[in-house]
Write a protein that binds this ligand. Sequence first.
Ligand SMILES: N[C@@H](CCC(=O)N[C@@H](CSC=O)C(=O)NCC(=O)O)C(=O)O
Length: 283
Amino acid sequence: MQALEKISDQRLFGGHQMRFAHDSKVLNCRMQFSVYLPPQAGQQDVPALYWLSGLTCTDENFSAKAGAQRVAAELGIALVIPDTSPRGEQVPDDPEGAYDFGLGAGFYVNATEAPFASHYQMYDYIAKELPALVEAELPLSPKRSISGHSMGGHGALVIALRESGRYCSVSAFAPISNPINCPWGQKALTGYLGKDESLWQNYDASVLLAEKQATLPILVDQGDADPFLAKQLKPEALQTASQSSGSELELRIQPGYDHSYYFIASFIEDHLRFHGLYLLPQS
Ligand SMILES: N[C@@H](CCC(=O)N[C@@H](CSC=O)C(=O)NCC(=O)O)C(=O)O
């Protein structure tokens, strides 16, 4: 069988919006993901921005709602958009079917707890298996940046801070900034990693940023009308952490914006141009 099965391919801004399926070894299931290839990918390998989506999303929310492809086409940056959890009948879900754990809520961690550990290895899937696959099979260079929203903003920050040599820049929209101290994070980290809170620290961007100075540029946008801001997102923890390690963080509070894809669509161009500064040769 081919490594990638193409599910769809549609022309968009001179490039291609595509969807693929493949067998994931680390997740132990069949997965789907989306890719936008800009027109420049017809001539040469192009750099890629990996986008990590939030709770309840598949790879299709960002492709359909964020409006990122026009500027990606102009800049010559591919978009690689994975799913948010392992998938399939055999993959365990939240025991009560809640939206914030299990399917659609992998939290970008490597689970150690049964019954989740046999599939929920999203950290390794995003940081290692998927880049190796798409760079081997598609016209993508190994220059990568990473971004995401909410749960995906948490994932992007954690992966970039831990694997900084593998990424040129990181950005996030309304990230879960301090998951060890919020209900979404505490539920997910207990379920995937168990009750030993010392193991949770490796998956908390504020802890990681406080411990070690960041070596890559960081941009974060947060709406001040976001209903999840105070209880779940806590961007002030990220700000304090960056100050204590002397890291450069650009945290922008956007007046009147909520948690939705309308917020993402309003600022995605800024994020693409920010990543372009580090992914593309500057004249
Ligand atoms: N259903 C839940 C909240 C679900 C939600 O808001 N999901 C966000 C991400 S939240 C953090 O990870 C999302 O991106 N949804 C998909 C979309 O297309 O908007 C509730 O109602 O509280």
